[in-house]
Design a protein around this ligand. Structure first.
Ligand code: CMP
Length: 135
């Protein structure tokens, strides 16, 4: 089963470098409707909670520090087959492997500062949307 919603964050480097508009433009051009949108600074505790699933990974502490280094933009997006289609639009986690035309190919700087987050499953899309928007 697929749902028609996914969750995304525009990450601190992309926000700091004035790419909110460019990234939202690619998202809308990709056929997604912005359902919820919020610019917010995450504390380290909140960033750690969001990425708790990665707690045991070697990059966890750096990821938490990075994600709390400046404001992010959180959004809920709507489209048929949203989770899979959004992952295709953003491209590979490591921008070195991201295809032409993807958001990460255009805006990501490294595997950590990779411009955007996208939910990896319908279940996590719901959990992540709830984390920011309580629904
Ligand atoms: P994201 O899709 O937000 O989910 C977890 C994040 O961890 C990932 O994007 C990257 O920004 C970050 N990360 C840092 N190092 C790695 C790594 N080696 N493998 C996967 N993700 C990493």
């Amino acid at each position: 089963m697929t749902t028609n919603r996914t969750f995304t964050m525009i990450k601190p480097d992309a926000v700091a470098e004035n790419h909110i508009g460019g990234i939202l433009h690619m998202i809308e051009q990709g056929g997604f409707r912005v359902v919820e949108l919020q610019k917010v600074a995450l504390t380290a505790a909140r960033a750690g909670e969001f990425y708790a699933v990665h707690r045991e990974r070697p990059f966890y502490n750096d990821l938490v520090a990075y994600m709390s280094s400046g404001p992010i933009v959180a959004a809920v997006l709507e489209k048929d087959n949203a989770v899979a289609d959004f992952r295709a639009l953003i491209g590979a986690t490591n921008p070195a492997n991201a295809e032409e035309g993807t958001i990460r190919k255009k805006y990501a700087k490294s595997i950590e500062a990779n411009a955007v987050h996208g939910s990896d499953s319908d279940e996590n899309a719901g959990i992540e949307a709830e984390f920011f928007f309580g629904k």
